[in-house]
Design a protein around this ligand. Sequence first.
Ligand code: AHR
Length: 501
Amino acid sequence: TDTTARLDPYLEIAPIDRRIFGGFVEHLGRHIYDGIFEPGHPTADENGFRQDVIDLVRELGVSTIRYPGGNFVSGYRWEDGIGPVDERPRRLDLAWHATETNRIGLHEFQQWLDAVGSDLMLAVNLGTRGTAEALDLLEYANTIVPTAWTERRAANGHPEPFAVKMWCLGNEMDGPWQLGHRNAEDYGKLASRTAKAMRQLDPSIELVACGSSGRTMPTFGSWEREVLQHTFDDVDFISCHAYYQERDGDAQEFLTSGEDMARFIASVVATADHVAAERGSDKRIMISFDEWNVWYLDRWEAQQKQYGADEWPIAPRQLEDSYSALDAVVFGDLMITLLQHADRVRSASLAQLVNVIAPIMTEPGGPTWRQTTFFPFSLTSRLAQGRAVRVPVTAGTVPSARFGDVAAVNAVATIDNDGATLFLVNRSVSDAATVRVDLSPLGAAGLAVVEAHLLHEDDLAAANTLEDTDRVGIRRADARVTDAELTVALPPVSWAAIRLG
Ligand code: AHR
């Protein structure tokens, strides 16, 4: 079908906060052990980190990395991960039914972050612990004056502070599965007093309160309202978490996941602004979309290994989803959606990074490879510079049981000093689209296509695997500029990034 669009710099959404290209590393499955850390691997550096993985994480282009969980953090004692390695205690990780060796802790993770060039975002345990332990960690991480904690940090090899800017006040505290799960009032009060105390210690930090762990949670909406009624003055962000999967083989419905994410964001923004209005405040709470991805959660729950009471494996294979071309197109659309909300989504973390629902996979002693979802992330992170701009599209629609008719083509653009990039997705399983984009509002004289990337496979199930690590990649998109008009051909179920300069 013929689709028209317009790239107009006056339709600015907001400057892009680089933190929306964040990631997430949890102590879970083979993420850390036998993932980023494998001392026996041929590419391991002097700290035991796989260099091939470091190279791919750099290529992916991840800004801030949330650590150490996730559900894991709600039972975590951060002190277990500092000090001499051979004196660290082994603990049971109740969230994932595993043994945590604590071989990797804050210092080692910071070493790895230095190697990949990303910033740390720390989550504190508000499940089994509280304000005092959060303060201890903050003092250990960020304080410069000599205290018992900072002297311990220096003795552990890091005299200078870690200077962690962003802090999550717990994880998914609305979820009944969460260790120390609370209702909104109890969590809101705990988060507020912990935030106040943390700011007393370090006023420069930015704080994230837990929003809902999904928009289908029964408490969604009222959770955000109540939590913000308690924490409004104390926090900068409220979190959103969303995972998408194809259900019952319905690819068309799955392809409208971006619409779900957009509605999720709109609801949380409305709720946060409602709390602001009640208080007569102009403060705007931002969104930290600090878990998002495609995740075949239903499949995992159905196949989840039932361990005996005495079975607590170390780094078992868990949540190792293999992503298809279809998954990657949906994923690209989710990135478009995040950019479309760049005015309020100021931070986001792809959950997760290596082996565990991840764009990067590894095999012990063997190769590392890019999953299909690697490509839309790395291209968007590299090409989405400057400010995000709304792109109105007149397109056909695709049917959705949940949302009615949804635009078949979704798009956003970014504009920077050297040019512009257009990100597009064709959500239709049946119809190709030829998109004609009016570039004249850009003062388009001399603009040409400098990069044209297409993610599309006729076989929607095609994936990269250990046996065939390069089955799916990026192709050249059919895109050209004539007379201030960009024409892009989008096959059914495809995602594209077109750089103009
Ligand atoms: O990312 C996997 C898990 O999903 C996280 O540990 C948890 O926060 C969420 O439910």
